[in-house]
Ligand binder design. Sequence first.
Ligand SMILES: NC(=O)c1ccc[n+]([C@@H]2O[C@H](COP(=O)([O-])OP(=O)(O)OC[C@H]3O[C@@H](n4cnc5c(N)ncnc54)[C@H](OP(=O)(O)O)[C@@H]3O)[C@@H](O)[C@H]2O)c1
Length: 285
Amino acid sequence: MIGAKGMLGRDLMTVLHAGLPNDEVVGWDIEEIDIQKEEETVTKIEILRPSIVVHLAAYTDVDGCELDEGRAFAVNAEGTKHVALAVSRCQAKMVYLSTDYVFDGNKREPYVESDSPHPLNVYGRSKLQGEQYVQTWAKEALIIRTQWLYGRYGKNFVTSILRQAREKRVLSIVNDQIGSPTYTADLAKVISVLIQLDARGIFHVANSDLCTWYVFGQTILKLSGMDKVKVIPISSKELGRPAVRPSYSVFNCQKLKRETGLALRPWSEALKDYLQMGQERQGEE
Ligand SMILES: NC(=O)c1ccc[n+]([C@@H]2O[C@H](COP(=O)([O-])OP(=O)(O)OC[C@H]3O[C@@H](n4cnc5c(N)ncnc54)[C@H](OP(=O)(O)O)[C@@H]3O)[C@@H](O)[C@H]2O)c1
């Protein structure tokens, strides 16, 4: 796995280790392999000769990507191409994680895998180019698009809201973007099943039910007993982030259900579990 020390990577390493002997799962991150370097990437992967390469590594700071397009494309697009080239040389199978931000959000009904992408921001464009490289070089790859991730490892929206709630009495949260917050522990289990089933092609995977960031934030505070903190709904324009986000980022996950029988639980249930396990604290490690 590449990107094994990221938020999703750590959960997925745990799930894969539970099902396979330890020496069959190798986790690399930036210290072991810099995917921006073509020769290093291809050589290291070729020497290992894996049967499956799960590629999660990415420059995931959406606003950072907007401000540094060169880095976004060097890591998310070209870096992915280097991994895909190595995969094709080893005749391995590739699993690539992509994003809802490949869509523009104008559809107003849940996006299916065959919908035409049209990213609004640099991060989305760079990840889409990554998808295209994977489809070109790593035949029969599995591409999993997901969204609004939070989890035990790594800073995320939940840890950010809880930190801000400890510091301020009033929070302003955007209320004009709709999506499905997705718990990395739930996603990791699905990725593992898709790998076991040798699934190929594109799959949309997210926890079910929808909300805005504002409703997500309110729910985090309520479930954490911090609902005395006032939350003000604002528009994306008022927040003024560098990267434009789609206003409607909703996946149709029926293909996953049809082909695997799996459906992720509602986001609010997953969030309860995450908060009950006191994982917010660990997320800030
Ligand atoms: N987070 C979300 O909401 C979300 C939504 C949709 C899709 N995804 C996709 O899901 C995957 C996992 O996301 P995540 O949130 O778990 O990401 P993450 O926590 O940012 O982890 C990504 C990992 O990749 C590493 N990395 C960065 N540049 C690298 C390079 N040049 N070579 C090797 N490794 C490099 C990062 O190291 P550093 O930390 O040192 O940079 C980090 O450990 C990504 O592909 C992402 O695009 C994420």
